[in-house]
Design a protein around this ligand. Structure first.
Ligand code: NOJ
Ligand code: CA
Length: 546
């Protein structure tokens, strides 16, 4: 049985990301919920993950998929109650699985009690000091305070009925908090304790590189601010050194608990700035999105792995590996689209989405094959691996969601430049047939395509060659094999990625060429059938030597 008191559990954990609204719907309203998660405990246990991270389940108008939080210390009534949350945590812990919740400190929703109070209060009031309110420019203040743009497109300022403007880096329903205000700081420490007291093991910190801002005037023009990563702490909005004071105070809260609570930063910062977020005095771990951005090329994988290992050395933390999350086109699809010279899979997938998945032609089988090979690479690396729900099924992005079904503000605010992130958030298929493929009793909040049935958990459980079966075997083997945090590169053919972990565990991947010879040893697992004992193209094998 898993030892839940181990304070270092997260260093090599496999963390499964649940997007609660799209995981399992227990009451047939088309929306996934917390009792739905509890009802799938057997699935999570069989998968063999160490922890789950839940995207926000807090009360929200869903202007940004729940990343617009109305109340940080409650459960959205459509997703359940605090009692349902407690029951879910208990069930997860009983199954040896830890719980990580998402904390969204950069902005609240515009329905949060603080923001309502701010709108009802005059300019300059204490209620407005919790957010970033400014007077507009021009006669009557009709122009926004500056020309800055929102990350989802359109202006980053919204005018209030009484005339002042407020700043929102994301959607207009997500006003940014003022982290210079001690009341804001104190309130988030209260929220952390609220969930830690309920047994939560850790936190995923949304937009961790935001929060602290320099909003002093004169403002730099947008042309100078648009590039987010400066790498030196001088950007007015992102990655300012002052944010680490906030995390030092959070660390003090985490360390009030035994074992100390864990945290991982979602910080899109310059690689040389990542270590500080991951330091033991700060949040402790930081996402490294380089693998998610990488193309299916041996040189990309080598570079990204080396950079992750360098992070580990610099921060003393373990690094994170991920192929996908709720913000990016699914990996099976990215790796199944043709990527020309000078192009990147992420971009190609976004273009493909804009054409409703019609063009270029997606090679589903190739994408799944590569995604399986990639999963075995990630699961053999030292550090922690995050698996986005549905990737363990080899699920593809849904490319042809009709415009009327789209929920993501990125789609509506980008003026047609992005289709948005709904295609990876379509509710999971559990059964090959039936209403919403077993997700719930009555439809799904995003429409599931007919082909989802082929990827259903039920079908894959019955098939030992399925992607689900591969993940289950890999996770079980990893528990047995992983020791320490070392990795040694092994010289091999140029198109082969080959590394060894201690205990004689080798991971060999053939990128594009093949079949290639495997080292003489026992083949423990392969992402595709071997051909006369050789590893075919776009496949990975784990081999034990000696
Ligand atoms: C990052 C989250 O992952 C994304 O889904 C969200 O839109 C933004 N942060 C804003 O909260
Ligand atoms: Ca429901």
């Amino acid at each position: 049985m898993t030892d839940l008191s181990d304070p270092t559990w997260w260093r090599s954990a496999v963390v499964y990301q649940i997007y609660p609204r799209s995981f399992a719907d227990s009451n047939a309203d088309g929306i996934g919920d917390l009792p739905g998660i509890t009802s799938r405990m057997g699935y999570l246990r069989e998968l063999g993950v160490d922890a789950v991270w839940l995207s926000p389940f807090y009360p929200s108008a869903l202007a940004d998929g729940g990343y617009d939080v109305d109340d940080y210390r409650d459960v959205d009534p459509r997703l359940g109650t605090l009692a349902d949350f407690d029951a879910m945590v208990e069930a997860l812990h009983d199954n040896g699985i830890r719980v990580v919740v998402d904390i969204v400190p950069n902005h609240t929703s515009d329905r949060h009690a603080w923001f309502r109070e701010a709108l009802a209060s005059p300019a300059g009031s204490a209620a407005r000091q919790r957010y970033i309110f400014r007077d507009g420019r021009g006669p009557g203040g009709v122009l926004p305070p500056n020309d800055w743009e929102s990350g989802f497109g359109g202006p980053a300022w919204e005018r209030t009925p009484e005339g002042q403007w407020y700043f929102h880096h994301f959607a207009r329903e997500q006003p940014d908090l003022n982290w210079d205000n001690p009341e804001v700081r104190a309130d988030f420490r209260t929220t952390l304790r609220f969930w830690a007291d309920r047994g939560v093991d850790g936190f995923r910190v949304d937009v961790a590189h935001g929060l602290v801002k320099d909003m002093s005037e004169p403002f730099d023009p947008w042309a100078d601010v648009a590039q987010m990563q400066r790498g030196d702490g001088s950007h007015p909005l992102w990655d300012r050194d002052g944010v680490h004071e906030v995390y030092a105070s959070w660390r003090a809260v985490f360390d009030e608990y035994d074992p100390p609570r864990f945290a991982v930063a979602e910080a899109s910062v310059h690689p040389r700035r990542r270590a500080r977020y991951a330091s033991a005095e700060g949040l402790g771990q930081a996402f490294n999105f380089e693998m998610q951005e990488a193309d299916w090329r041996v040189e990309d994988y080598r570079r990204v792995i080396d950079s992750g290992l360098a992070d580990m050395r610099e921060s003393g933390s373990s690094t994170t590996w991920l192929l996908g999350c709720h913000d990016t086109p699914r990996v099976a699809t990215r790796y199944g689209l043709p990527v020309g010279p000078g192009e990147h899979a992420q971009q190609v997938a976004r273009q493909w989405l804009l054409r409703d998945g019609a063009e270029p032609v997606l090679d589903r089988a190739l994408g799944e094959r590569r995604a399986r090979a990639a999963a075995l690479v990630l699961l053999a690396l030292p550090g922690s691996t995050y698996v986005y729900q549905g990737d363990e099924l080899g699920l593809h992005e849904v490319g042809d969601l009709p415009a009327a079904a789209l929920q993501d503000p990125m789609a509506s605010r980008s003026g047609g430049a992005e289709k948005g992130r709904d295609g990876c958030r379509v509710p999971l298929p559990w059964t090959a047939q039936g209403p919403s493929f077993g997700f719930g009793g009555n439809g799904a909040h995003l429409p599931q395509p007919a082909w989802f049935g082929r990827y259903a958990v039920q079908s894959q459980e019955a098939d030992p060659s399925s992607t689900l079966a591969l993940y289950r075997s890999a996770l079980a083997l990893r528990r047995r094999l992983a020791r320490g945090e070392d990795l040694a590169w092994v010289e091999d053919e140029p198109q082969v990625l080959h590394f060894a972990r201690s205990g004689g565990w080798h991971c060999v991947t053939a990128f594009g060429n093949g079949p290639v010879a495997l080292p003489a040893g026992q083949v423990l697992l392969a992402s595709a059938p071997l051909e006369d004992g050789r590893l075919p193209a776009d496949a990975t094998a784990w081999v034990r030597m000696g």
